[in-house]
Design a protein around this ligand. Sequence first.
Ligand SMILES: Cc1ncc(COP(=O)(O)O)c(C=O)c1O
Length: 361
Amino acid sequence: MSINTLARPEIVAMKPYSSARKEAPGQGILLNANELPWPLLDNGGLDIGLNRYPDPQPRILVSRLAELYGVAQENVLVTRGSDEGIDLLTRVFCRAGQDAVLHCPPTFGMYRIAAQTQGAAVVSIPRRAGEGFRLDEQGILDAVATDDRIKLVFLTSPNNPTGDAIEASYLLDLLDAASDRALLVVDEAYAEFCCNPSATGLIDRFENLVVLRTLSKAWAAAGLRCGTVLAQASVISLLRRIIAPYPLASPVISLACRMLDKKMLGRQQQILREVELNKVRLLSILENRPFIRDLWPGEANFVLLRADNSDDFLTFCAARGVILRGYPADPMLTDCVRISVGSEEDLRALESALDAWEAES
Ligand SMILES: Cc1ncc(COP(=O)(O)O)c(C=O)c1O
C-alpha cells in the first residue's frame, strides 16, 4: 500500500505551487522573481544577498543534516523548527472533521494544537500517572488497531515534560501494527541527551515512520528555527507539496550551515558534556528538599518534579528572577514544575532561591 492512500486525497491531487527559485536555482541573470537587483544592507557575511529569495531546500544544508542524522538526502526536509514539521504532517494526513491524531499526555502541546487547528480529532491515550507517567503501550496499540480515524501517532522520545524514552522494540511493534493504517511520528527533539538509539535507523524499513529532529535543543540554537523531518522520500515529497515556498530565511540557512560544519562538532559535544555535568549538579541541588514530593530525572536537559504549594513556589522563584515552568491548566500535572538544566551561574541562583523558599515555608 502506498503512503499516498493515507494522505488527504486533495493534497495528492493538487498541483503544487512552483516558486521562481525552485524552477531556476539562483544562478545567471535573475529576472524571474520580481526581486530588486541590489540589497539595501550589505551581505553581512551571508552567502546570498537579502534581495534574493533563498533556495527552498539548500543543498549544502540538506547534505549536512543528512550526514548528521545518518540518512540519505532524499529522506530530509528542512523546516522552520519541528513545530512546522508537526503542522505539515497534520495538514497533509488529516481531513478536517474525519481524521484524528493520537498523542499521549502529558506531552508536548503542539500535537494537539496542530490537530485542532486543522479540525482533526485528538485521541488521547494518557500516560499512567500512578506509575511514573509510563506510556500505556497496549492502549496505543489497541487504539491504532480499532480507530480508523487515527492517521498520525505522535510519540516523543525522550518525552517533554516527563523525560522518559521509548524502547526500540516497542516502536517496531507499533510500526507493524500501524502499517497501512497510520504514520508513527517519533519526535526526537531531545534525542542527543539520551543514550537510546535514534529511530532514524528504521526509516529505510518503514514507509509509515517519520522522525523529527531539531537544532533548538542539543545544538543550542532555538533562536535559529531550524528543524528536520526525516522519512522515506514518498512522505517527504507529500510534505513538500504544501510547505511554504521559502520556509528558511537566508540568514538562517547561512548560520545553520556554519553551525553544522565539521569543525563545530567538537564544541557541540563539549556543550553536551557540560549539560550532563550540570544535570548531576541540578539533581544534587534538588535532593533532600522536604517540599519536593516526586522527582522524575528523565533523560533530557530538564527534570520534572512535584512540589507542595507549587504556585507560590513558582511565584517566589520568579520574584527572585528564576523562571521555572508550571502547568496550572493541566490536571495530570497538578503541582508539577519543570526545570531546565542551566549554566553554573543559573544553578547557583536556583539553589539560593530554593534555600530561601525552604527557610520561609
Ligand atoms: C518534544 C518537542 N518537540 C518539538 C519542540 C519544538 O521544537 P522546535 O524549536 O524545533 O520547533 C519542542 C520544544 O519545546 C519539544 O519539546
